[in-house]
Design a protein around this ligand. Structure first.
Ligand code: GDP
Length: 494
């Protein structure tokens, strides 16, 4: 699977990184997560807080006043789109609307000047660190395992998932067309297009709010980047009997097989080589609340996705991936996003739920090596906390301005009115969400229904920023963004 050319290219790229390292050290931090997990918001808030001296008490370089400056600089990779930081800040801060989400890979370099905390390093003069931020869709990360699978294996797994109890109904239109398809018939572009289109529709429906499923490869079918409509993205799994002979040339099956291989060669491998294999650290954003809202199948699927993600980061010795990874990711942070939808009392519970999911993934992925940390966070805090008196009882509530058009209990909001709401509690004991069962048991389902009945979420507008006495706008408020920063780069500024 590994070609010599690929290895050489990777080594050269890493050497080039190392050469710039000689002058100023750099950290390449990957920011990923499935669509709408909060990547764009996280990156924007991170840079905004560092550049504008945000409140970061748990980020020691900032709280110890050792960070003397942070500024954007031209990024090292000329061929990668720049993360449009300025436009995103304009949306968030000036217009109070959420910025446009991630659709492809992008990059931004932030250069940080600091005083070292250690006497020895201070003697050597002030320190400088390039923080290279690489934003990319989590869907693309979930494609990496495809590199180790042939078309028959991909098809068998995809078909097994499509026929699973929780998906068969969503997949029905695709399954119907597939049933009428003869894989050994002559190859035909319209047939390939029809199958691919229906397969994509099925994947998109699985991703929608009602189901919120995560395991939906191939990733580019949902997040195509600039390859939409190309033959490499126009294929679908087929029913191939386990004992089938190799595909005959000129058949539909041979065509699909060829395109699947093209997808790996032209889409997955370049992403792996040019972006993924060069990361030092990684944050994986997870919208746990979204999955919780959709129910136990969404959570089970999320757990599988996290297992695949961990497997990609630290492949076992025998894995094909480890043979071409020369650089090692040494810290991985899993962050449950949008914690501002919950009252403070629930932040730790949210964290526990993700911890449990990651721990199970770690067991299954036989993952070891990198330091893994889990936290609950809101990169941008859109709500405030309050206590509301209800029938003589003081209840914890959150205050926020729902997005225009959001609805709750028959009210539709106009985007201007601030309201107080009781978001509902997450279960005290996250174990109750998992039970003993490996698969989704009845007990698990029941506990979810109770938890779900309790939860209500509204989408809020980004916050109005406070101003200082001098009229300066303060930086974006957040929850635990400083803890995330401390884990991700704190040691590099020590
Ligand atoms: P991406 O697809 O991973 O880039 O996701 P975005 O960063 O664009 O976030 C998707 C949506 O999630 C946003 O439009 C917001 O509605 C919401 N969101 C993301 N982060 C936060 C957060 O920290 N707090 C709140 N309240 N909402 C968030």
């Amino acid at each position: 699977l590994t070609t010599l050319a690929e290895e050489t290219r990777l080594t050269l790229a890493n050497l080039a990184d190392a050469a710039t390292d000689l002058a100023v050290p750099s950290v390449r931090l990957g920011v990923t997560g499935l669509a709408r997990a909060g990547k764009t918001v996280f990156l924007t808030a991170l840079v905004h807080n560092l550049v504008h001296g945000g409140r970061l008490p748990l980020f020691s370089a900032a709280s110890g006043h050792r960070m003397t400056g942070a500024r954007l600089q031209p990024q090292p990779d000329d061929a990668v789109p720049r993360f449009d930081y300025e436009a995103h800040v304009r949306s968030l801060v000036s217009e109070r609307i959420w910025p446009e989400s991630t659709r492809q890979v992008s990059e931004l370099r932030l250069t940080i000047d600091y005083e070292s905390a250690s006497y020895f390093h201070r003697k050597l003069g002030p320190g400088r660190l390039h923080l290279d931020l690489i934003d990319y869709p989590g869907e693309w990360l979930l494609d990496l395992p495809l590199l180790g699978k042939d078309y028959a294996t991909f098809s068998a797994e995809a078909m097994q998932r499509a026929r699973a109890e929780n998906r068969a109904e969503i997949a029905a239109p695709f399954l119907k067309i597939l049933a009428a398809t003869d894989a050994n018939a002559e190859e035909s572009e319209p047939a390939a297009q029809e199958l691919a289109a229906n397969f994509k529709t099925y994947l998109a429906a699985c991703r929608a709010d009602a189901h919120a499923l995560s395991m939906l490869p191939p990733g580019r079918f949902l997040m195509p980047g600039d390859l939409d409509g190309s033959p490499a993205l126009t294929f679908a799994p087929l029913d191939i009997p386990a004992d089938a002979a190799p595909a005959r040339t000129g058949t539909l099956r041979a065509m699909m097989e060829r395109r699947y291989e093209a997808y790996k060669t032209h889409v997955v491998r370049p992403f792996f080589r040019n972006h993924f294999a060069r990361l030092d650290r990684q944050i994986v954003l997870v919208d746990v609340l979204h999955a919780l809202n959709a129910g136990p199948h969404a959570i089970a699927d999320l757990e599988t996705a996290l297992t695949e993600v961990l497997g990609a980061f630290r492949p076992g010795k025998r894995s094909w991936l480890s043979s071409i990874l020369s650089r090692r990711i040494d810290r991985i942070l899993f962050a449950a996003t949008k914690a501002d939808h919950l009252h403070r009392t629930d932040h730790d519970r949210l964290e526990l739920i993700l911890k449990r999911l990651v721990a199970r993934a770690e067991e299954k992925a036989t993952f070891k090596g990198a330091e893994v940390e889990v936290l609950a966070m809101a990169a941008v805090r859109a709500t405030r906390e309050a206590t509301v008196k209800h029938r003589g009882e003081a209840l914890p509530a959150i205050l926020g301005t729902p997005l225009p058009g959001e609805r709750l209990n028959g009210d539709t909001y106009d985007g201007k009115t601030e309201i107080a709401m009781f978001p509902g509690d997450l279960p005290d004991d996250p174990e109750s969400l998992f039970g003993q069962a490996d698969s989704v048991s009845e007990a698990l389902r029941a506990s979810f229904q109770t938890a779900q009945a309790d939860l209500q979420f509204l989408r809020f507008r980004p916050p109005e920023l406070d101003k200082t006495a001098e009229g300066l706008t303060l930086s974006l408020p957040h929850i635990r963004l400083d803890r995330a920063l401390e884990f991700l780069i704190g040691d590099r500024l020590a």
